[in-house]
Design a protein around this ligand. Structure first.
Ligand code: ADP
Ligand code: MG
Length: 381
């Protein structure tokens, strides 16, 4: 990838410039907890975006996307928004940096990536983080890492039409090799947890489906959570978020919200505790417990939160059947990947059998991505 970028950069812009990179991500556990003020537990992975960037002394950005084989050129004023959707991520990062009082001068860039687009591994955050990180250094803006993550998130909100939480941008900036990071989405406090997989591997199976329901269902889930939180608050005004609530308090509000709302809240409250349990278990090297929590999360997402689908439930059932240590749907649901914690000596059998049986059932093969927990945003030598 680096050589491809180098070659194109030389062809278009000459020899100066520095390489920067950032990463896609997985989330081991902690799903639909972010907007409830709970924990998430992501890690950066070894696929991402790499860019060679050099300031050009003008007020224009000139950038080439190797993967789209397209060139874009734009100014840095709000009215200069480029046509190409990939370029809007870069434009957005420039604008959000400027809005926060940072300086951004014109620059030349060539970039490429190897995060599968739209598979739930957050290629867009990798793109934003690469540029947010690079522009901060190039222009000596001195923003801290959290600010850089927020620049990426606001880019999605204001320039790409995606009202995402902070997890993806957070981890693609903060990610560290062989560590997962537990982020408290209420306080933004975070803690690194080393993950030593030893006899295990993490593997994603991508169902390659995306069911249409996703965004309207997402909004409905959020509303359910808010209703339960507000109902609980009447008895327990000290709570801020649904994630602060205790499971037994759900009994007190059963009559004031729907049965469905209760199921959603039950999932969220359970999930917040499972993140804590997984962190403890990792500390003990107790992968069996980590895996069991992942299965419980899948059950919750499928039966209580109801954001799974046939393809994902099938992948999860195959994992159970083949004695895989842990498996769950990762991401918002209704498609995308399962994340699986599997013993190395079971890996091949699990992947081969599941790919075959999935294809027999659904008519296409799931994709397989091995996960290596790696560094987030960085300068590349
Ligand atoms: P994801 O879940 O992977 O983040 P999104 O739809 O949020 O999916 O973001 C994908 C978009 O990000 C692409 O359509 C493209 O605009 C941009 N993008 C991601 N990776 C690349 C890349 N390698 N080259 C150019 N643009 C990219
Ligand atoms: Mg995205």
């Amino acid at each position: 990838m680096k050589e491809k970028i180098q070659k194109k950069f030389t062809e278009l812009f000459g020899n100066e410039g520095v390489f920067y990179a950032s990463a896609g991500r997985i989330n081991l556990i902690g799903e639909h907890t972010d907007y409830n003020g709970g924990y998430v537990f992501p890690g950066a992975i070894d696929c991402g975006i790499m860019a060679k960037i050099n300031p050009n002394g003008t007020d224009k950005v000139r950038v080439f996307s190797i993967d789209f084989d397209e060139y874009a050129e734009f100014g840095l004023e709000e009215t200069d928004k480029p046509e190409q959707s990939w370029a809007r991520y870069i434009f957005g990062v420039c604008r959000e940096t400027i809005k926060r009082g940072g300086k951004v001068g014109g620059f030349d860039a060539v970039f490429a990536g190897d995060v599968p687009l739209g598979a739930g591994l957050s290629s867009s955050a990798a793109l934003e983080s690469t540029f947010a990180y690079a522009l901060n250094l190039i222009n000596n803006n001195g923003f801290d890492k959290m600010e850089l993550a927020l620049i990426g998130q606001s880019t999605e909100h204001n320039y790409c039409g995606v009202k995402c939480g902070i997890m993806d941008q957070f981890i693609s900036i903060f990610g560290k090799k062989d560590s997962l990071v537990r982020l408290d989405c209420k306080t933004m406090e975070y803690k690194y947890f080393p993950i030593q997989l030893q006899d295990y591997k993490l593997v994603l199976l991508d169902s390659c489906v995306k069911h249409e329901l996703a965004s309207s269902a997402y909004n409905k889930r959020r509303e359910s959570c808010e209703r339960v939180r507000d109902a609980i608050k009447k008895n327990h005004p000290e709570i801020e978020c649904l994630s602060d609530a205790k499971r037994i308090w759900l009994e007190e509000v059963r009559s004031s919200v729907t049965e469905e709302d209760i199921m959603r809240a039950e999932y969220v409250i359970g999930e917040v505790q499972r993140v804590l349990d997984v962190c403890d278990a990792l500390g003990r090297g107790d992968m069996e417990t980590v895996g069991e929590m992942m299965y419980q999360t899948h059950f919750g997402l499928s039966r209580l939160y109801e954001v799974s689908c046939d393809e994902l439930d099938f992948l999860n059932k195959m994992a159970r059947k083949l004695d895989v240590t842990g498996s769950r749907v990762m991401g918002g649901g209704f498609g995308g990947c399962t994340i699986n914690l599997v013993k190395k000596d079971l890996y091949k059998q699990f992947v081969d059998t599941t790919v075959d049986e999935f294809e027999a059932r659904f008519g296409h093969k799931p994709k397989v991505y091995d996960v290596i927990i790696s560094d987030g945003a960085r300068v590349v030598d």
